[in-house]
Design a protein around this ligand. Sequence first.
Ligand code: FES
Length: 115
Amino acid sequence: MFNTKGMENKVFDKHIFVCTNERVGGERKSCGDQHGLNLVAALKKQIKDKNLPQNIRAQKSGCLGICDFGPTVAVYPEGIFYVNVHLSDVEEIVESHIVNNTPVDRLLLKHKKDV
Ligand code: FES
């Protein structure tokens, strides 16, 4: 079994995944149909504007499995999931979580009772 203790093999200090999945013609909500790609661009811009190190990366991802609460953003290595993320939340996520290691509580998945 893979052991992550010590994370000796990690590449990124923070790896941010933004769901950009699109369901063409689907009845279920999908993050890419909302503003997933704009969130990726906004996160990348914040990282660049704040001159954060290259071991902090934001990128698009496929479905993260909690579509009803999207747009969804996941941050690793913590495995923190943010839901219903708006462009106006990006600066706070970067400043609070990525720079200061304090997740943005109000956006956490844990506040959704059905999960
Ligand atoms: S479509 Fe974004 S989490 Fe599934």
